[in-house]
Write a protein that binds this ligand. Structure first.
Ligand code: SF4
Length: 341
């Protein structure tokens, strides 16, 4: 599922970098892509008078090619020490996505072309924490895979980490453009995780993403290439027949990974939750969503930063926890369950 933007904006000076030139070469002869050059400090114009839905749709088809100016990496607890900023945004349109709340009406996909500087900053963070290992997350505010055929940034980053004694890299994706990563000398320093779900959730809520069979095919290739491998299953939603559907998902996953030992595979399970702010954004972008967001059915859990979340009731969480523990034990004995929340 290659990402073909409708509009591309090159920020001033970005074309001094080879990645930007590569993107321009790949898209300039496509008559359906509008190419725009921004002057210094010029902002991307949103669609005048556009509704939230229209602006969101247009943003999701817009690629911004820019230079990462702030090189202070954000922390990324608890799964990593720092976010590694290669890309922000995502072409996918998952109704529940946390990026919907973060980017609101402006969900552009932005790629950063000063990769050398970003990786050199990464090396300084690693140096500061030596001899401890520093872990970097490449998908904290994006799905970085759909733009990889244009940028090659993940491939460069994987090779960079192969040379780091004290650094590790990880990212998660729902996409399948992984072929350029398969023959790299990764030295086991990069963990690739796939976000998967029951077919019912993918079909109803994860628009413009590949279906489960394609994701599993990509995961099988990554497994065969010897990368440390993980799966995020989420959001787990308690729809009718959820147990049978998740079982089918696990069966398909087991068939895909039959030649790989389970003890090197990790699972993260995330039950569905939402904040009042997220619900408000989702209702604006997807007015007829069927995501279960009835507050009266949920337990309100106070959050660390003053805003709480609506999570499933404790007995439902217990049901999810015991279901997934048993299923993983049955299908992937010895696999690591990092957490079930
Ligand atoms: S693929 Fe991931 S990052 Fe992209 S919209 Fe869906 S949940 Fe969000």
């Amino acid at each position: 599922m290659p990402f073909v933007p409708q509009r591309v904006f090159f920020e001033a000076e970005s074309l001094d970098y080879p990645i930007a030139q590569k993107i321009l070469d790949a898209l300039k002869s496509n008559p359906r892509v509008s190419i725009n050059m921004l002057k210094s400090k010029q902002r991307i114009k949103t669609m005048p008078g556009a509704s939230w839905e229209e602006a969101y749709q247009a943003g999701k088809r817009t690629l911004v090619v820019g230079i990462r100016k702030t090189l202070n990496f954000q922390s990324c607890k608890p799964s990593a020490h720092y976010q590694l900023p290669l890309v922000t945004g995502c072409m996918g349109q998952c109704e529940y996505c946390y990026l919907n709340t973060q980017f609101g009406k402006n969900p552009y996909i932005r790629v950063y072309v000063n990769l050398e500087e970003i990786l050199s900053q990464t090396a300084s963070y690693i140096e500061q924490r030596k001899p401890d290992t520093t872990i970097f997350e490449g998908a904290a505010t994006s799905d970085p895979v759909p733009v990889e055929p244009y940028t090659g940034s993940l491939a460069e980053t994987v090779q960079f980490f192969a040379r780091q004694e004290h650094g590790k890299f990880r990212f998660v994706t729902k996409y399948t453009d992984v072929d350029s990563l398969l023959n790299l000398n990764h030295q086991g320093k990069t963990t690739i995780r796939f976000s998967i779900n029951a077919d019912h959730i993918i079909r109803n809520y994860e628009h413009f993403t590949p279906g489960l069979p394609k994701r599993l095919l990509a995961a099988g290739k990554v497994a065969a290439a010897g990368y440390p491998l993980g799966f995020i299953i989420g959001p787990v939603i308690l729809f009718d027949d959820w147990e049978a559907e998740y079982k089918r998902m696990f069966e398909a996953l087991r068939d895909t990974l039959s030649s790989r030992k389970s003890d090197g595979i990790s699972f993260e399970i995330i039950s569905h939750r939402f904040t009042a702010r997220a619900k408000n954004t989702i209702m604006n972008v997807y007015p007829s969503t069927t995501l279960p967001m009835d507050e009266s059915q949920r337990k309100y859990k106070y959050g660390q930063f003053g805003y709480g979340k609506y999570v499933y009731q404790p007995e439902q969480i217990e049901g999810i926890t015991s279901y997934f523990r048993q299923a993983i034990e049955e299908f992937f004995p010895g696999a690591n369950v990092d957490y079930i929340i």
